[in-house]
Ligand binder design. Structure first.
Ligand code: ADP
Ligand code: MG
Length: 330
């Protein structure tokens, strides 16, 4: 038996354009293997294709081409087995307002053919902290409670793989804690977890392995430790004594002149020392009035990873990472 929980090969998805819109190639040949037992992070900015990938796994979106197997079951050959191996907490709050949490879980269990004797609705409601709301209509639940219910629904058929699509986007701290506690607990019990997020910090904290996708392509996949090790870019900002006319040139150093006259030098800590950067500045006859270095923030790292590997134009403004937030968004 394969030790991959999920194996994806050459996965493509093109959405047909509606109402005169052009078609959209949301996934452009993704290869991805998720090891059994891992907490795996799928990271990427808005519009990268994360939900499309998740929804294909969940059987909610039909792929255009490629192969997907879940717990060793090819999705096309063994649709029933592959579907029952996975539980998905979707990004959208798609709940029937006229069901109670208990009712929703019973219906879900029925859909997955879980026999009555094997249902654990009360236990699952307890796990997600919804016991006291078990019998109220979903429409009376708060947004946070609806998310809890979505998680509960994903768990009714005891899936081998639990997939959470942006579980913490816009949720309060308490719910976030509950999610992380449950994810850790379920993983310790042997469940493979895949989560998407655009919070790098979050992936860092939770995931042993991370894949980064952008514009429908995988641009990196590695253990979290290795990925962080690669994120060693630095920026040196120099205030020159007089206007800079010649930019410094040194291997591994990318110089740029800012509008305010400061010289900004990007380099990688592992390859280039601050001393070498300074030497290149002196060699260009630039006298230094002031200097400081900045660690790359995660946004820079992400931009560095994406800029060299894609020919696509930059994302729209709304897709652009925002600076200065407490939790750094890609
Ligand atoms: N149903 C759809 N029809 C057409 N385009 C879609 C549809 N769903 C998503 N897209 C487009 O596909 C791309 C990837 O979207 P999505 O998978 O939701 O990304 P993410 O979850 O990473 O934000 C986006 O450009 C989005 O606009
Ligand atoms: Mg999404």
């Amino acid at each position: 038996m394969s030790d991959a929980a999920i194996r994806i090969e050459g996965l493509c998805k093109t959405y047909r354009g509606s109402k005169g819109e052009p078609e959209k190639q949301a996934l452009k040949g993704i290869d991805l293997t998720v090891p059994k037992g891992s907490v795996f992070g799928l990271l990427g900015p808005n519009g990268a294709g994360k939900s499309t990938l998740i929804n294909i796994l969940a059987g909610l979106v039909v792929k255009s081409s490629g192969r997907v197997s879940i717990w060793g079951f090819d999705q096309d050959q063994y649709p029933r087995q592959s579907r029952s191996a996975i539980g998905v907490m979707p990004q959208e709050l798609n709940l029937d307002p006229f069901f109670t949490p208990r009712g929703a879980l019973e219906v879900q269990a029925g859909l997955y053919g879980v026999p009555k004797s094997e249902r654990h609705s009360d236990e699952i409601l307890e796990l997600v902290g919804l016991s006291d709301k078990a019998d109220v209509y979903a429409r009376t639940l708060s947004g946070g409670m609806r998310r809890r219910l979505l998680l509960a629904k994903a768990l009714v058929h005891h899936p081998k793989v639990l997939v959470l699509d942006e579980p913490t986007a816009g949720v309060d701290i308490e719910l976030r804690q509950m999610l992380w506690t449950n994810i850790r607990k379920l993983n310790e019990q042997g469940m493979t977890i895949i989560l998407t997020t655009h919070y790098l910090e979050e992936a860092q904290e939770m995931c042993g392995e991370i894949a980064i996708i952008n514009h429908g392509e995988k641009i990196a996949q590695d253990s979290t430790a290795n990925l962080l090790g690669r994120m060693d870019s630095r920026t040196m900002v120099i205030v020159p004594d007089s206007p800079v006319t010649v930019l410094p040139a040194a291997e591994g150093v990318k110089p740029a002149l800012r509008d305010d006259g400061c010289l900004v030098l990007h380099y990688h800590n592992a390859q280039t020392t601050a001393e070498q950067v300074l030497e290149s500045v002196r060699a260009a006859n630039i006298r230094i009035r002031d200097v400081r270095t900045e660690e790359a923030d995660l946004e820079d790292v992400f931009l560095a990873l994406t800029s060299s590997r894609t020919d696509d134009p930059p994302a729209d403004d709304q897709d652009r990472p925002r600076r200065g937030m407490h939790r750094v968004k890609l």
